[in-house]
Design a binder for this molecule. Structure first.
Ligand SMILES: Nc1ncnc2c1ncn2[C@@H]1O[C@H](COP(=O)(O)OP(=O)(O)OP(=O)(O)O)[C@@H](O)[C@H]1O
Length: 281
């Protein structure tokens, strides 16, 4: 059993079980079932698994997104074990403590691109977290920081005055990434960060994450099936199946050694993609 104290790790997850309570007409559902995992204070770790294996639920709970957004869907509940995030116990965490914690934890949910505020410009969307933390922060400094973030996600400065509806889905995703990283979080929890992003730009997102790790005091949990991203940024990937960890190690070892059908399928899909890419047109 993993001890639950804070020893500089970004996350210490100990026998964690997460349920969605019953909600008419659905019965209660166990999404994460006894997961234990440590994420180092300067580690980028990957999470993979078939659809419904519990990746998003685990990411969501670690990010402190514990309330129901749409009003109708039940929110996930920690029903067993514990997760410490940057030293804070997530089970029963109080709102005030959660608010303090989330200044240091950036969460990029799966639908982040579609959640961008439609009435705000790109500049306002990216800069908002800074002003939400300190509304007296110098506008000039915010502008500089926003421009730097835009550059890091390879979007031109001309985008600053655009509204979300004027952007492609990949551009929106990059704006969402820029916004989530604007406060220099200590932990970045991202659910499919490169989804919808052109392959030619994905490498720069990988570079950015790896660059933040190298700078230090930065950890990330990346839910992703983007194998080049996982290879470039992570040393360890946890494979989930039906809410349990069924493999943990370097991505290529997982793909090679794990007999799990999902991992075999992922390796085969990549092989076919390579064959197709090498086939003469
Ligand atoms: N609000 C909810 N209420 C009830 N059950 C839910 C809710 N959200 C997710 N689930 C269920 O919990 C399980 C885990 O879902 P989760 O979204 O965490 O999986 P996932 O591995 O991230 O899947 P995907 O790759 O499709 O995003 C699934 O069986 C899902 O149907």
């Amino acid at each position: 059993m993993i001890s639950s104290g804070h020893t500089g790790e970004a996350a210490v997850i100990d026998d964690l079980t997460i349920d969605y309570p019953a909600h008419r007409p659905s019965p209660a559902h166990r999404a994460v079932d006894g997961v234990s995992l440590r994420v180092g204070g300067n580690e980028v770790i990957g999470l993979i698994g078939a659809t419904g294996s519990g990746k998003s639920t685990l990411a969501r709970v670690l990010a402190g997104d514990l309330t129901s957004k749409r009003g109708t869907d039940p929110a996930p509940v920690i029903s067993g074990g514990e997760a410490h995030v940057l030293g804070h116990a997530m089970r029963g965490i109080r709102r005030k403590e959660l608010t303090r914690l989330t200044f240091h934890v950036a969460y990029l949910p799966q639908d982040a691109a579609s959640r961008l505020a439609p009435e705000l410009t790109v500049a306002d969307i990216i800069g908002e977290p800074i002003l939400a933390r300190d509304r007296h922060y110098s506008r000039k400094a915010v502008g500089l920081r926003v421009a730097t973030m835009l550059d890091q996600v390879q979007l031109p400065l001309a985008m600053l005055d655009k509204f979300p509806f004027e952007l492609s889905s990949g551009q929106k995703q990059r704006v969402a990434i820029a916004r989530s990283l604007v406060l220099s979080p200590r932990l970045f929890i991202a659910d499919e960060p490169t989804s919808g992003i052109d392959v030619t730009v994905r490498a720069s997102i990988s570079e950015m994450i790896e660059g933040l790790r190298v700078e230090g005091d930065f950890a990330a949990i990346l839910v992703s099936h983007d194998l080049p991203l996982l290879r470039h940024t992570t040393r360890r990937v946890a494979a989930l199946h039906q809410g349990r960890i069924v493999g943990l190690g370097p991505i290529d070892e997982l793909l090679r050694d794990q007999p799990h059908p999902f991992l075999t399928g992922l390796a085969e899909a990549e092989e076919h993609a390579d064959v197709d890419a090498n086939r003469p047109a």
